[in-house]
Design a protein around this ligand. Structure first.
Ligand code: FCB
Length: 489
């Protein structure tokens, strides 16, 4: 992505864009112009649609050694040679722990009314056990108060991949049911302290990603490449941890707290929208999510999943499945790319997946195929397959090469193109009555992008990592306009 410069203060204030780079702010029409020039033909989103941005603790906070925080598996993983492409770590990252007030002002400048962040488990229980760090939740208390004072509603995620290292060392991390139980204790502890103000809680971010990348491919912490049977057990322990955490939040949190999870849903997109292909895409989506969303929302593993796992299937009880499928109030979907385009077939599964051709267009990261339709089909499949209500798009966004121009501005028109196309498909979904209530753009700030380190930028706001200077990109002005109009811009 890119980043702006130019004297920020005067012009930004004139444009009413708190904290925005002047060039970016100047591109935002005044409220008056907005009222008069808003083209009635631009398709809108439902009234009260909740626009926001998303981040995670490990990726932005820094302050790794402060206020009693324990080590996380990502601290350890980043220190292993060759694991992070640029050899970096997130001990300082973008220093959000100390700069959160400035960052809340940047959110306010966007006009965002919601914010999704995560809580660092190793700050709260530094050794992963039952002894809480007395200072562990103080930062989140301050952050939540700051958000609310600025009219921004907090949505908290309890686990965005930063497991306390001691749980890995002593229990084998998610290989053990004990980790699921420890997660529930932690969830209850957070709920007791924060749900007087945090009314929406997601248990886990992307079960499928942290399990498959961390315990299968080994490219995320803890860097393991487990054989199928042990990997399937990790999958089961992880969904069990989610279910136990849902129950803990209900038991310990304020009545009416809305709880759910944020999952990177495997999505099949019909190559051509015929009724047969649409049905094939629904079947494929149910199977793609068999060990994660499907078991959580149906309370059973699919026959095809158990059959294909055979002797390597996870060990579980009927009671486990009840816990795993504890009712949720919110369904968060992180949507970047579809798993496949599919078409109907005579194969017993009912579908065939079409491989991405070599010439398929991509954004700056090779995994980021440009597939805006995913943002229509993901919520549509969730509503159809599982009768999901209260769907939120908990992540969507893109990396871009983000080179500042001579005037200092990052003219990230590729990100604007990406967002406009994806949001068009989301608007298609809401206009058909698919119950999507909000959208959290990933991400507010450039940050530590896991194994890509700082080489990959996802922010609407550029961060100069040497000085920590924040500068909104052109895409921030675009998003601000979308939020102001509640429609595409
Ligand atoms: C998602 C992760 C998030 C970030 C984006 C780009 O899978 O949840 O932390 O890495 O991808």
């Amino acid at each position: 992505m890119s980043r702006p410069r130019i004297t920020r203060r005067g012009l930004a204030a004139a444009a009413g864009a708190i904290g925005f780079g002047a060039a970016a702010a100047a591109l935002v029409p005044s409220a008056q112009a907005r009222r008069t020039a808003l083209p009635g033909a631009v398709p809108g989103f439902p009234k009260g649609f909740r626009w926001g941005t998303a981040t995670s603790a490990y990726q932005i906070e820094g302050a790794a050694g402060e206020d009693g925080r324990g080590l996380s598996i990502w601290d350890t993983f980043a220190d292993m040679p060759g694991k992070i492409v640029d050899g970096s770590n997130a001990r300082r990252s973008v220093d959000h722990y100390h700069r959160y007030k400035e960052d809340v002002q940047l959110m306010k400048g966007l006009g965002a009314k919601t914010y999704r962040f995560s809580i660092a488990w190793p700050r709260v229980f530094p050794d992963g056990g039952k002894t809480a760090n007395p200072k562990g939740l103080d930062f989140y208390d301050r952050l939540v108060d700051e958000l609310l004072a600025n009219g921004i509603e907090p949505f908290a995620t309890l686990y965005h991949w930063d497991l306390p290292q001691l749980l890995q060392d002593r229990r084998g991390g998610w290989e053990s049911r004990d980790t699921a139980l420890a997660f529930a204790d932690y969830a209850g502890h957070v709920a007791r302290r924060l749900t007087d103000r945090v009314r929406h809680v997601f248990t886990v971010n992307e079960l499928s990603m942290f399990v498959e990348m961390g315990y299968g491919k080994g490219s995320f912490a803890p860097g393991l490449k487990l054989p199928a049977g042990r990997r399937n057990q990790v999958r089961h322990n992880a969904v069990l941890g989610h279910g136990l955490a849902v129950q803990a939040v209900r038991a310990m949190g304020r009545a009416g707290t809305q709880v759910g999870l944020a999952e990177n849903i495997g999505t099949a997109v019909p190559a051509i929208e015929t009724p047969e292909n649409i049905q094939a895409a629904e079947r494929a989506t149910r199977e793609l999510n068999a060990p994660f969303l499907t078991v959580i929302l149906e309370g059973r593993y699919t026959d095809a999943y158990l059959e294909s796992a055979g002797a390597d299937a996870p060990k579980f009880t009927a009671e486990d499945l009840k816990t795993v499928s504890s009712p949720i109030d919110l369904l968060g979907l992180n949507v970047y790319v579809p798993s496949h385009y599919v078409q109907a077939s005579d194969h017993p599964s009912g579908y065939t997946a079409i491989p991405f051709p070599a010439s398929y267009p991509r954004m700056s990261s090779s995994w980021l195929t440009i597939s805006p339709e995913a943002l229509y089909w993901a919520p549509r499949h969730a509503a159809k397959l599982w009768n999901a209500k209260n769907i939120y798009i908990t992540e969507n966004g893109t990396a871009s090469s983000d080179q500042p121009a001579a005037d200092g501005v990052v003219y990230d028109i590729d990100r604007v193109m990406y967002l406009r196309n994806y949001l068009t498909q989301l608007q298609r979904a809401t206009s058909e009555g698919i119950p999507v209530c909000g959208y959290f753009l990933w991400s507010l700030l450039d940050n530590f992008e896991w194994a890509d380190g700082y080489a990959t930028r996802f922010g609407l706001i550029h961060v100069d990592y040497a000085t920590q200077k924040r500068t909104p990109k052109l895409s921030a002005a675009f998003y601000r306009e979308v939020i102001a109009r509640n429609a595409l811009a």
